[in-house]
Design a protein around this ligand. Structure first.
Ligand SMILES: [Zn+2]
Length: 410
């Protein structure tokens, strides 16, 4: 059985990790469309070119390289993102792109004859600096001019300006769409970014789908009062409402959720926010996730009912704004099964599992069958400098990617 070259893969992972590396906090800084991000894209193209692969950058900043003419026969595409969150780790995204590169090198080196083209993509702006997954959305053809012109980051830097600084025109992202007939399948290798595989001491995750997610901003409005003079039974204390809701979460999940449900209150603001004042307003977020959109609707409905009842009990006014709603995306059952079978053939332990985090693969499901392979994250840590995956797991994940691609390209 042929395998990939693990030492060569390790070397390229470490080389790319130096682009945007910060000596003081040991994090990688390749936030979308910063200088370091663009430098990584050029580096990737130089590497691919040096090995004799065709390469280009599309209008969205996605970098492509590969073998074969996809205008004649549908391609197997693999990859992930080259950008990182600020102070991110060295594997998130980068692993999927460089594993694709290693697969191409192994195909070439072993002179493996394939019927279908094999291409790799290093997507742009996956981490959502500008509020989307721009690169893969562009390939899937789901972007629109209005969003492109208005998208901006938390510091009010516009996407169009960030791209213009690198000589790019944001509108060209609309030309990056791939027609579905050009693709046979998409594969992504990614670190799990959660603790499941690591804790269970498993090697491979065959991802069945990516959780849907909704985000609310909730306002509970009461009355700000003097904390000494307002009697306990005459208050409209917004914090009490929030605290009651926190205790409802477990019940809501038990009644309407599944074992894959997650509900999180991650950001809370009490107003006026003074130790000697009864909180007159609580503003907080609710983020709900599940693998079924019907379950998500029931969870949202139950949150709404619970908050309405709590508001009545504490004499509060309840309002919420639904900031986003993303439906769950199923990976291809066929490819998930293929990943499980390839893992079995190599005697790697494997678990069929959902992904709680979003990935490029979720947009590729719009245009082709997609498979997502996970490897363990040590202690489940990611989006932080101490994100780590063991090299033997990196090797195993890349071997599975290799096996799946060879199989699909026959
Ligand atoms: Zn990622």
């Amino acid at each position: 059985m042929l395998s990939i070259n693990a030492d060569r893969l390790k070397k390229t992972v470490l080389e790319l990790s130096r682009i945007g590396y910060n000596e003081s906090d040991h994090g990688v800084y390749r936030w979308g469309f910063t200088d370091a991000d663009m430098q990584a894209r050029r580096w990737m193209m130089d590497q691919a070119r040096a090995d004799g692969f065709e390469t280009f950058m599309d209008g969205a900043g996605n970098v492509f390289f590969g073998i074969g003419d996809y205008s004649k026969k549908p391609a197997i595409l693999t990859g992930s993102h080259l950008d990182t969150v600020p102070a991110g780790g060295i594997f998130d995204g980068a692993l999927g792109v460089l594993a694709g590169f290693e697969v191409l090198r192994s195909i070439k080196e072993n002179e493996i004859q394939l019927k279908h083209p094999v291409w790799v993509v290093g997507t742009a702006e996956e981490e959502g600096r500008f509020g989307g997954m721009m690169g893969s959305q562009a390939v899937a053809g789901v972007l629109n001019p209005d969003w492109l012109m208005s998208a901006h980051d938390a510091d009010n830097m516009y996407l169009k300006d960030a791209m213009a600084e690198h000589g790019m025109d944001v509108m060209n992202a609309l030309d990056a769409a791939w027609p579905p007939e050009r693709l046979k399948a998409f594969y992504e290798l990614h670190i799990e970014q959660g603790p499941v595989l690591f804790q269970k001491e498993l090697t491979i995750g065959a991802v069945e789908g990516i959780s849907g997610v909704f985000k609310w901003i909730v306002h509970l409005k009461g009355q700000a009062d003097h904390a000494g003079t307002a009697p306990m039974n005459m208050r409209s204390d917004a914090f009490m409402g929030l605290a009651d809701f926190a205790h409802e979460i477990e019940r809501i999940i038990a009644e309407d959720g599944t074992d894959k449900t997650r509900i999180t209150v991650g950001k809370v603001d009490l107003k006026p926010g003074s130790p000697h004042t009864v909180p007159g307003e609580a503003v907080f977020t609710i983020v709900g996730r599940d693998m079924s959109s019907d379950v998500m609707k029931e969870l949202a409905d139950s949150c709404n009912k619970a908050l309405s009842a709590i508001a009545r009990k504490h004499r509060l006014k309840f309002e919420y704004e639904q900031v986003s709603w993303l439906n769950p995306q199923a990976c291809s059952e066929k490819l998930t099964k293929q990943i499980e079978e390839k893992a079995k053939a190599r005697k790697y332990s494997c678990l069929k599992m959902p992904s709680g985090a979003g990935h490029d693969a979720q947009f590729f499901t719009e245009i082709t069958q997609s498979g997502l392979i996970f490897i363990p994250s040590v202690n489940g840590v990611s989006h932080a400098p101490d994100e780590w995956s063991h090299w033997h797991d990196v090797e195993a994940g890349c071997n599975i990617l290799f096996d799946c691609i060879i199989d699909s390209a026959q």
